[in-house]
Design a protein around this ligand. Structure first.
Ligand code: ATP
Ligand code: MG
Length: 650
């Protein structure tokens, strides 16, 4: 992959941190030196942010790689660290969650209140026979009870498995079966796009196929009619009537905390297992360092769904461990209007916003005038996660949302890594649009070639992690062999992330998407991300997804699926002309080798529920194959729309 294209290396724009932010930043450049001097001592100091019931004997046991144990012999309670200790320190009145329902109803929940609710839920789960080590499936809309359910499991040492509230019966029942879940926590439904959408019927069908499930706890959110079985219990009759006195027992640092299935962009979802002490250490540290969180004054908002790892680490565990005040929003960004996000930022004076490139590109498509109508001056740090962010989307975010003032932290990490691994630090790093910049202090990331040799600056290859980190996955649930095979077999002694990356001439890192998404065209490696960024830099394009399709002459040929911006005319000849213009635009930007063989103008792209483009389905379309597994797709009708609504040009 060293023969990659040159264009990203030509990005010359760079933005220094604002002086005021840098002067008062939580973390300075010294952190890199401290961690480099003694990585384990650095992480032990970060673990000191938490309250431990028993101090660890050993920071890291790496005697049986790749099976790591962090803070060996230490004991703590994760929920105690997220709740009780704040209340005990007199911070019980601080708002933990400003919750905003999609229809406009709101709830303000303090740390004391969240502590009380979690204690009740812990007692109720215990009464239902859930004990430490049992698995509980959580299938919920974005309501505070989702966080309460997770924290209650953590409190009693049970392992939660959160499943996206939009997944199908099959996706839910296979995850329940994989973890042998004993209890399911759900709701009658939630609000999405202005309507109550039902969850309970999916749970009923899934539970009917799941002999391990003994009870189903149902939160009443929408009040819609629901069928009832003898396993069902209303949350308000069970949890809300339980005692609110609950003493949190300490558990081993390696007590399993949760299983979470990866989003399924590539293959069959893997049940990623995370444990307690190391995980909480790294999510708390990174939330403090990367977002520069000042818990007394900041209002933090992560727009992810709780069913995605970002919701676990940066809505529930990191922010609550740090005593943050945050927004939790139930619905979609376009309900009741496309201004919903900016209304929320303006009204609650949000100071830190963490969202995804897919949302930023959508906002770009909707137009600059929408955010322009709001006071966004409270914002001081902006974050991005989930996919590579195209330089043009980065610049749009900076200018239209950050008003050319706020630093942007592009954070690379995975379900498997548990916490942020590569990111700028907002008070330290001079950022470049589209680059995740550098590994965080205490993290050993590198880019290597086919042989596992570190590439020089200017080179490209595979992203790897050379040393274990506290929040690393411990295994794939029930499948140690697949864990070793997937992540630790490609290169000796290194974690293989599955992503392509490049080092620029300063040694800064550029993520190029999944290794599977790198195309080989006439002997040249071309990353889908780079061609997509070239397309998105054209004023007529809102979004683009690029795949490599088998081609008799070039090996692989570039096929692009492109969503035009709302105002662009694509009828008849105009569409054909645009396609030609876009092909030439890519050739001009990246070189003739990257000129797409084919561009299709499409109304939508297939995405997972977390908003990532599912390129493997587009590859199926491009190669005229029948579609692979579509169970994790956000909206399965999209594929019909693409196949039928396609305007294609060669
Ligand atoms: P699956 O592994 O099942 O295919 P997935 O990889 O999409 O699903 P996640 O763990 O949610 O599931 O996503 C992690 C991946 O998202 C990373 O490996 C990377 O490809 C991409 N990613 C996340 N953040 C960034 C970022 N800031 N820049 C570039 N890519 C990113
Ligand atoms: Mg992945």
């Amino acid at each position: 992959m060293s023969e990659t294209l040159e264009n990203l290396l030509q990005e010359t724009r760079q933005f220094e941190p604002p002086a005021a932010l840098a002067d008062a930043a939580n973390v300075t450049a010294a952190a890199y030196d401290e961690a480099a001097e003694d990585r384990l001592a650095f992480w032990a100091r970060q673990a000191g942010r938490l309250d431990w019931a028993k101090q660890w004997d050993e920071i890291l046991d790496w005697s049986n790689p790749p099976f790591a144990k962090w803070f060996v012999g230490g004991q703590l309670n994760v929920a105690y660290n997220c709740l009780d200790r704040h209340v005990e320190a007199g911070r019980g009145d601080r708002v933990a969650i400003h919750w905003e329902g999609e229809p406009g109803d709101t709830r303000t929940i303090t740390y004391a209140e969240l502590h009380r609710l979690t204690s009740q839920a812990a007692n109720a789960l215990t009464d239902l026979g859930v004990t430490a080590g049992d698995r509980v499936a959580i299938y919920m809309p974005m309501v505070p009870e989702a966080a309460v359910a997770m924290l209650a499991c953590a409190r009693i040492g049970a392992t939660h498995s959160v499943v996206f509230g939009g997944f199908s019966v099959d996706a839910l029942s296979s995850r329940i079966a994989d973890a042998s879940a004993k209890v399911v926590i759900t709701a009658d439904g939630g609000y999405r796009r202005g309507k109550p959408s039902a969850l309970k019927p999916t749970v009923d069908e899934a539970v009917a196929k799941s002999p391990t499930v003994e009870h189903v706890l149902v939160v009443r959110r929408t009040g819609q009619d629901v069928a009832w079985t003898d396993k069902d219990l209303w949350w308000h009759e069970t949890v809300e009537t339980a005692s609110d006195q609950h003493e949190a027992q300490p558990f081993d640092a390696e007590q399993p905390l949760f299983i979470l299935y990866t989003s399924g962009t590539t293959a069959k979802p893997k049940g990623i297992l995370h444990t307690s002490g190391g995980y909480l250490t790294q999510v708390a540290y990174t939330h403090h360092a990367v977002f520069d969180l000042k818990p007394e004054t900041d209002v933090y908002w992560c727009t992810a769904d709780i069913g995605w790892v970002t919701g676990h680490s940066y809505i529930v565990y990191g922010p609550l461990a740090n005593g943050a005040t945050q927004i939790m929003y139930e619905g979609t960004p376009d309900t009741p209007s496309k201004a919903r996000f900016w209304e929320i930022v303006d009204r609650y004076k949000v100071s830190i916003l963490y969202t995804a490139p897919t949302l930023i590109r959508t906002m770009m498509k909707w137009g600059d005038d929408i955010p322009a109508g709001f006071d966004l001056s409270s914002l001081r740090v902006l974050g991005s996660v989930g996919e590579p962010i195209n330089p043009e989307a980065w610049m749009w975010y900076r200018e239209n949302i950050g008003r050319a003032r706020t630093p942007i932290v592009d954070t690379w990490w995975q379900t498997e890594t548990g916490a942020i691994m590569i990111s700028p630090l907002p008070g330290v790093t001079a950022t470049k649009p589209g680059s995740a910049m550098s590994p965080l202090p205490g993290i050993a990331a590198d880019v290597v070639d086919d042989q596992g040799q570190s590439v020089p600056n200017g080179g490209g290859g595979y992203l790897v992690l050379r040393e274990p980190w506290p929040s690393m996955l411990r295994t794939i649930w029930g499948d140690d062999d697949r864990f070793v095979e997937t992540y630790w077999s490609r290169f000796e002694g290194m974690y293989f992330a599955g992503d392509g990356a490049k080092k620029d001439s300063d040694g800064h890192l550029w993520l190029l998407g999944r290794v599977d998404d790198v195309m080989l065209v006439s002997g040249h490696n071309i990353s889908t991300t780079e061609v997509e960024s070239a397309l998105v830099s054209h004023p007529s394009v809102a979004e683009a997804a690029v795949v490599g399709a088998t081609d008799p002459t070039t090996g692989q040929a570039i096929v692009a699926f492109t969503i035009p911006r709302g105002s662009v005319d694509t009828a008849g000849d105009a569409g054909e002309a645009l396609i030609q213009e876009l092909r030439n635009h890519v050739a001009k930007t990246l070189g003739p080798i990257a000129k797409p063989r084919q561009i299709m103008l499409v109304p939508e792209l297939p995405k997972t529920r977390s908003g990532k483009i599912m390129r493997r389905l587009l590859r199926d379309v491009a190669e005229n194959r029948s579609l692979g597994d579509v169970t994790t797709l956000q909206d399965s009708a999209v594929m019909d729309l693409i196949s039928s609504g396609m305007q294609s040009g060669k």
